[in-house]
Write a protein that binds this ligand. Structure first.
Ligand code: HEM
Length: 433
């Protein structure tokens, strides 16, 4: 059969052009070719809301590759079975779903409110390491509560291992070659697992399983029974890093917007003034009252989705819109261009938190907001991420005026390789009077 219905190919689009400036090429593809376009033979981009949603929901046709970042360790007794995976996923979600997060706002808020204390005032400070540290403290505590201090140093090492692994390179080594980066990753994963194992055993033998996410994973389920220790240990390094990695990228963009939009920052500060003086007394009702702050966080995530490009592989020949997609093709889902589509959002490139406060841009409309993905592999931590980021933003704006270093050049580089981030971003905090 001839290839009757191929998605349009972008003139001048090539792997070289893609490597030079992926965001620019993604925008050009969406502008010039429309909903679905072709980067090179067998590599397609879903550029707008409709096809993005379709690809993410049709998980049988468009498969997500398992994350190679923290593969099961060799000495674990084989990969978890599909039943164990389903059990582990359900258990984690009991701890991460919106109601569970809402019940634990009082644990998240104190660390978020300490973040401004760690920020030296009156000088330009590189902000991503600081904010990553604060978010790791919140995330690791959310997963492991009183065992968090033991695990936090190992979690930072896992993050470093991940950084080294995702450095861009044209050469992808076959998975079995133990490159130095992979050996470092495995060592850090073993160290984290070794620190976690005695915690799992102590909780199980004492019967005090805990009210945190680990506690949920230790609970027997009526359907699957108890999860084997190794199935718990294998899944947690990835989740641990997930609690602070994309959130730190998001926080970089948020703080940059506070610096560039002083009026918006003032409005966040005014809302934050109503938070209780004792952060541990913060509840989900307080969080819900930070409506403008939530809208600002959402608006920054719309314009700068930290995971701006998601990868799928076609499991069989299938249709997307009116196009034929061959088995084995790569389909890239692009929340970045989907969320800057004038048919979905008026003045799509403008930063306008208010758009989330009226009904016109309801988050419930399909495809309007894809920064957390959607469908069976949608983000497990969306509620936790929104809570952490909203509280951190509110507490920062309440205390400080932020500004960028003087000069015309930005202090940061936008990286697009794994996620959309402001690497090197420097900001200055001065006390709000
Ligand atoms: C602003 C912060 C965050 C953003 C923008 C974000 C974004 C995303 C996106 C777009 C996906 C879907 C990936 C895909 O379909 O290929 C995803 C998946 C995931 N996220 Fe997040 N995330 C954030 C925070 C978190 C947090 C705090 C956690 C903590 C538990 C988390 C855990 C996960 C997990 C476990 C998955 C994989 C789900 C699966 O494959 O079934 N994320 N995230």
């Amino acid at each position: 059969m001839g290839r009757m219905n191929e998605p349009p190919r972008l003139p001048g689009g090539s792997f070289a052009a893609w490597s030079r400036d992926r965001l620019a090429l993604a925008r050009r593809g969406a502008d010039e070719c429309g909903d679905v376009w072709q980067l090179e033979p067998g590599v397609y981009v879903a550029a707008t809301a409709g096809p993005c949603e379709a690809v993410l929901h049709r998980a049988q046709d468009f498969r997500k590759a398992p994350s190679p970042l923290f593969p099961p360790l060799k000495r674990s007794s084989g990969a978890p079975t599909p039943e164990q995976r389903a059990h582990a996923h359900a258990a984690r979600m009991r701890g991460l779903r919106p109601q569970a997060v809402a019940a634990r706002i009082g644990e998240i808020a104190p660390t978020a409110s300490r973040f401004p204390d760690q920020w030296p005032t009156g000088q330009d400070v590189e902000i991503l390491p600081l904010v990553r540290h604060a978010l790791a403290e919140i995330g690791v505590r959310y997963l492991f509560s009183e065992d968090a201090p033991t695990l936090l140093p190992f979690a930072s090492q896992l993050f470093l291992a991940r950084e080294v692994l995702v450095r861009p390179s044209r050469w992808v080594w076959p998975r079995w070659i133990p490159t130095p980066a992979r050996r470092f990753r495995t060592r850090q994963q073993v160290a984290f697992t070794d620190a976690l194992r005695p915690i799992v055993r102590r909780r199980r033998s004492s019967g005090r399983l805990g009210d945190d996410v680990l506690g949920q994973m230790l609970q027997p389920s009526s359907r699957y029974g108890l999860l084997p220790e190794e199935a718990i240990l294998d899944t947690l390094p990835g989740i641990t890093v997930a609690t602070f990695e994309a959130p730190a990228r998001a926080a970089g963009w948020i703080l940059l917007h506070l610096a560039r939009h002083p009026q918006a920052a003032g409005r966040v500060a005014a809302e934050a003034a109503l938070l209780p003086a004792n952060p541990a007394a913060t509840t989900s009702t307080h969080l819900d009252s930070l409506q403008y702050t939530q809208a600002l966080v959402r608006e920054v995530l719309r314009l700068h989705p930290p995971s701006w490009l998601l990868t799928r592989r076609a499991a069989r020949q299938t249709q997307l819109d009116d196009y034929t997609i061959d088995a084995g093709s790569t389909v890239l889902v692009c929340p970045y261009t989907a969320q800057r589509d004038a048919r979905e959002h008026s003045e799509p490139d403008r930063f306008q938190p208010e758009r989330w406060l009226d009904d016109s841009d309801s988050t419930a409309k399909p495809g309007v907001f894809l920064s957390f993905g959607t469908g069976p592999h949608g983000c497990e931590g969306a509620a936790l991420a929104m809570a952490m980021l909203t509280l951190l933003t509110a507490q920062t704006a309440r205390r400080y005026h932020l500004s960028e270093p003087p000069g015309t050049e930005p202090s940061y580089q936008v990286t697009t390789f794994e996620g959309l981030a402001t690497v090197g971003l420097r900001l200055r905090a001065t006390l709000r009077s």
